[in-house]
Design a protein around this ligand. Structure first.
Ligand code: AHG
Ligand code: MN
Ligand code: MN
Ligand code: MN
Length: 333
């Protein structure tokens, strides 16, 4: 079978009028950066990239060396790429402007350069998440305000999963498509066309150590799952929690499931745990494009009007019928 690469896929999307040349080239730049991150991640202890960087980020997290390395790779690759008006990163407090003498384009790129970084030192899969918005700023420098667009405005979203194989999963609004990195050729091969989330599932993902802090609708929902066959659901359920959102979401995209990082008393003051602009929104677009649903519990994630660049939201996403059930329990509250 002729192997289609990401480059050919993107050219076909452009020919079909689904994406602009600039967006195609932007995604190619991100894919090249992701390959460089994959090389660093897979070297592990051999390249001295493990462990703490000794610095904290705006989230108040201790940065891993690879958080900083992945962030630098994405910033540098996209500065000279020429398709961006500006960038935003989990690891950078302010909007990152394109240097004045570099070519600029009409898109805003937001990213979580290394997702699940607490797993780096124990050699468990990590990822990169990215989101693309149109820049309303015309020629002047985009402000934080220009980034604060609801997730439904995204023109593209994707993630890289640095697992047993390195995969790139992408949507430009016409379904979800998966690519596997062929390290010998250095190209992403189109291996997973039109990925879809089964509407029902027997598997849930949540950090159960927070159970005592959850709100009643989530406590009710999870308790029913844990009661299995003898409970109201009348069937057994399985649980998985990788603590890398990309790995949990990819499993759900591949075989179904529901992922929850709901509001809890511990993270309520911050608005939730996961970041809206570069974790919840891109994953919500991907999951909806794959026939799933993504909710805060009280509203569709893609409809949330952002107020701050690094704001956090509760996240409940995955198999449509399960997300609907959790949302119904919130309405009955
Ligand atoms: P990041 O490593 O980019 O800061 O994100 C980590 C997030 C997400 O990937 C994961 O689902 C969640 O944190 C895990 O949280 P707990 O450690 O509380 O389980
Ligand atoms: Mn982090
Ligand atoms: Mn993350
Ligand atoms: Mn991160």
């Amino acid at each position: 079978m002729r192997r289609v690469t990401l480059t050919q896929f993107l050219i076909e999307q452009q020919r079909a009028g689904r994406i602009s040349a600039d967006l195609r080239l932007l995604i190619e730049v991100v894919a090249r950066a992701v390959k460089a991150i994959s090389v660093n991640v897979s070297k592990g202890a051999l390249a001295g990239v493990l462990g703490e960087a000794g610095t904290d980020n705006v989230q108040g997290e201790a940065q891993k060396k690879l958080d900083v390395i992945a962030n630098e790779i994405l910033l540098q690759a996209n500065e000279w790429g020429g398709h961006l008006a500006a960038m935003a990163s989990e690891e950078v407090e302010e909007v990152h402007q394109i240097p004045f003498d570099y070519p600029k384009g009409g898109y805003l790129l937001l990213f979580d350069p290394l997702d699940g970084s607490s797993n780096i030192d124990v050699n468990i899969s990590v990822g990169t998440i990215f989101s693309v918005l149109r820049s309303p700023a015309e020629d002047n420098e985009p402000t934080e305000q220009n980034f604060l667009q609801p997730g439904r405005e995204q023109v593209a979203a994707g993630y890289a999963l640095y697992g047993p194989s390195t995969m790139l999963v992408l949507t430009v609004g016409k379904g979800v498509h998966g690519f596997t990195l062929d390290r010998e050729m250095g190209s992403f091969v189109y291996t997973h066309p039109y990925m879809t989330v089964p509407v029902d599932t027997g598997e849930f993902a949540i950090n159960a150590s927070n159970a005592r802090f959850w709100e009643p609708p989530v406590q009710r929902y999870v308790s029913e799952l844990q009661q299995g066959k003898e409970g109201p659901r009348g069937r057994d359920f399985n649980m998985r929690w990788v603590a890398s959102m990309v790995a949990d979401v990819h499993r759900i995209l591949t075989r179904g499931g529901i992922f929850m990082y709901p509001m809890d008393e511990k993270c309520r003051a911050k608005g939730g745990k996961l970041r809206l602009m570069y974790e919840a929104n891109p994953m919500a677009m991907i999951i909806e494009q794959a026939g799933g649903a993504a909710s805060t519990g009280r509203e569709r994630i893609l409809d949330v009007q952002p107020e701050k660049l690094h704001q956090r939201v509760p996240v409940i996403l995955g198999s449509l019928n399960e997300v609907e059930r959790v949302a119904a329990y919130h309405r009955e509250e």
